[in-house]
Design a protein around this ligand. Structure first.
Ligand code: 6R9
Length: 656
């Protein structure tokens, strides 16, 4: 691997230093393709372009009235005194005085309607086994497990860790914990004992729910033993009990008085459990974000506002019909799995699909065969998987019947236009709108996203949803003109906003609300085009400064990925004596391509042609893989630390 940091030490320039205080992000990419909604899409959409425009207008006039109407679609034990209490901003409280429980709306109320016998969940294990649950069946399981948890002494206000692979019991556990008024905190089953221990300690969880093991990529992964290791060093009052689900039939040591088999507890449990009456802002869950640096933050969401935001955005963006079969490929341990794998579908009485294993197991058509087998109508996934599947060519999807698909969705990272167009054309046959949804663990719900009737531009997340107000600011808090990039901010509170950082309100204020008073700082850089469309350019921490030009990573990476040899690329800035910083690219090649000097030269020229002379890529490396989080995001800080010979920091949340 060639290195470019052999120049005399030029200090790394921070993208937020005063020197760059005036700087906006340079926009380099000129993507001009547009996709208009087809007549069939327009005629069958729940929300027409006219209704969307009206909703926007209404929300612009009075966003609280807009969200109040959305809240009326759900059931409450007691109504709110007002829609929003902003007297202690930035600790906004939505629907103060209201009482509710998200589980009442996601499950209990469906038992009284025609949804009772409808499928709530289709689960498929990696080896090919599958289980289905009607709303009534899911309701029974949740009731019993809620009672089981109560019998272990768990009650309102407690925290429970769910360290599980994607199993039906993962969803049952989330709902049972919420039903009894405790808060769930999911931890990806791939995280290490240390990462798990940190999260148990940070949340002071009373109980851990786990499985004996699970199937991943053809292997059995032991899980319970990792929990044992984690528990060896937790705080004294933490994790008094552990519940273990039988999944993989592996040897499991059970500690008398602490560990319980899920099946034993449920067998003895009574069939009905009261749903706890919660205040709208009582915690529903904690979810730790990995965070670029420092210790993970426990993001807290509440029952009421979260439920309103997720219910409305799921139903509008995915245009939900009674016959839909919705598949979110995200693990429940990621916010995407929470909001749109579990709560969004269930709040809307939809059928959701959950898959346990690796998306390429036993071969690269697993996603397509799953769509075919169940007749999935809406497929919501991540750019990294789309790019990975694209690498295998069109053969696999062509062999499968994908005609049931009517909508596609993307989340988690900027989707490069080439991957967008492939997904739209080869998987969606050109007639499935592709909904690129921008949001965060902290926002809880979609913030910027098209609806199926929107005009689409590949690579743009389009416009904020009704009731959401965003802008792009320069360092001084002034909106930047169209075409320029800057810091993405949210300028009005929204119902499913995070409630707090667990046990650290100072960090909540400092991280999100201190740069611009009264305005939420998302931590992303973005630009708006002439039509008001938003293009996400990457994380603000990853911005490059080349010869005084500030450049987001997404455009350089998209330009690289538009070359036929490139499957995926990550770009970082490294110090350079003359230009301050230059780009180094890490490139994964498509099948049938080999690294060569010739190819490196060609890629550098390709970038220059696509983006202009500012976009200097000095070196290109061809690693076998890129460091990614469990949710599929490239972790550029690790590439950078390795490049500069620095400590790579916390890697406990990486995909292995
Ligand atoms: C839902 C989720 C949040 C960060 C966010 C941004 C990136 C998410 C995106 C996107 C471009 C999209 N991100 N969606 N970037 N286009 N459609 O991913 O939550 O794990 O908290 O990450 O992900 O950088 O700030 P989370």
């Amino acid at each position: 691997m060639q290195n470019s940091d052999d120049k005399p030490g030029v200090p790394l320039r921070s993208a937020t230093s005063n020197e760059e205080a005036q700087g906006a992000i340079d926009a380099l990419l000129h993507e001009e393709r547009v996709f208009r909604p087809l007549p069939e899409t327009l005629s069958r959409a729940n929300i027409s372009p006219h209704q969307l425009a009206e909703a926007r207008e209404q929300a612009d006039r009075d966003s609280l009235a807009y969200w109040e109407e959305a809240a009326e679609e759900l059931e409450w034990f007691a109504k709110w005194d007002s829609v929003l209490d902003d007297s202690n901003a930035p600790f906004y409280r939505w629907f103060p005085g209201a009482q509710c429980n998200i589980v009442h709306n996601a499950l209990d109320r469906h038992i009284e309607t025609a949804n009772k016998n409808k499928l709530a969940l289709i689960w498929e294990g990696e080896p090919g086994d599958s289980r289905t649950f009607t709303y009534y069946e899911l309701y029974r399981h949740v009731n019993k497990f809620a009672n089981a948890l109560r019998s272990l002494g768990i009650s309102r206000g407690d925290r429970v860790i769910v360290y599980m692979p994607p199993l039906p019991e993962t969803i049952i556990a989330m709902l049972a914990v919420a039903k009894i008024g405790a808060a769930h905190s999911l931890v990806f089953a791939g995280f290490s004992a240390k990462a798990l221990r940190d999260r148990i300690n940070d949340s002071q969880a009373k109980c851990v729910i786990t499985a004996d093991g699970f199937y991943r990529n053809g292997r059995v992964v032991h899980l319970k033993s990792t929990v044992d290791e984690a528990l060896a060093g937790v705080c004294e009052t933490c994790a008094e009990s552990m519940v273990v689900v039988h999944r993989a039939n592996v040897e499991t040591d059970m500690q008398e008085g602490r560990d319980y088999w899920y099946e034993d507890l449920v067998r003895q449990a009574r069939p009905y459990a009261e749903t706890e009456v919660m205040d709208a802002s009582d915690p529903l869950f904690l979810l730790h974000t990995s965070g670029a640096t420092g210790k993970p933050k426990g993001i807290v969401h509440g029952h009421g506002g979260y439920m309103v935001g997720v219910h409305r955005t799921f139903s509008w963006v995915f245009d939900i019909k009674p016959t839909d079969l919705f598949w979110c490929t995200a693990d429940p341990g990621w916010i995407t799995g929470h909001s749109y794998g579990v709560y969004g579908p269930l709040l809307n009485g939809a059928t959701t699909v959950l898959y346990e294993g690796h998306p390429l197991y036993p071969q690269a058509d697993r996603v397509w065969s799953t769509v075919e087998r169940y007749g999935v109508t809406i497929l919501y996934t991540v750019p990294t998987l789309i790019r990975m599947l694209m690498r295998f060519g069109d053969e696999y999807p062509r062999m499968r019947d994908l005609s049931t698909l009517r909508l596609l969705g993307s989340v988690g990272e900027p989707i490069n236009p080439e991957a967008w167009v492939w997904f739209h054309k080869v998987i969606g046959k050109g007639d499935c709108p592709l909904l690129d949804t921008w949001w965060q663990t902290e926002t809880g719900m979609f913030m910027i996203s098209p609806l199926p009737v929107s005009l689409l531009k590949p690579g743009s997340v389009t416009k904020p949803l009704p009731g959401v107000e965003v802008d792009v600011y320069d360092e001084n808090g002034h909106p930047v003109p169209p075409g320029k990039g800057g810091l993405l901010v949210v300028t009005k509170p929204w119902p499913s906003m995070m409630i707090d950082v667990y046990n650290d309100p100072e960090r909540y204020k400092e991280t999100y609300w201190s740069k611009f008073p009264g305005v939420y700082l998302a931590g992303d850089v973005a630009r708006k085009d002439e039509d008001g469309y938003i293009w996400i350019q990457g994380r603000a921490d990853d911005v490059l400064v080349i010869a005084g030009h500030r450049i987001g990573t997404a455009e350089l990476e998209s330009a690289l990925a538009s070359h036929k040899a490139v499957a995926e690329a990550a770009v970082i800035g490294i110090p350079d004596a003359i230009k301050g910083e230059v780009a180094k690219a890490f490139v994964l090649l498509n099948q049938d391509w080999e690294p060569s000097h010739q190819l490196t030269k060609e890629l550098k020229e390709h970038i220059r042609r696509e983006l202009g002379p500012v976009a200097v890529v000095k070196t290109i490396a061809y690693p076998d893989s890129l460091p990614k989080t469990r949710s599929g995001k490239i972790v550029r800080r690790i590439l950078k630390a390795q490049e500069l010979g620095q400590d790579v920091g916390d890697t406990s949340t990486l995909e292995h």
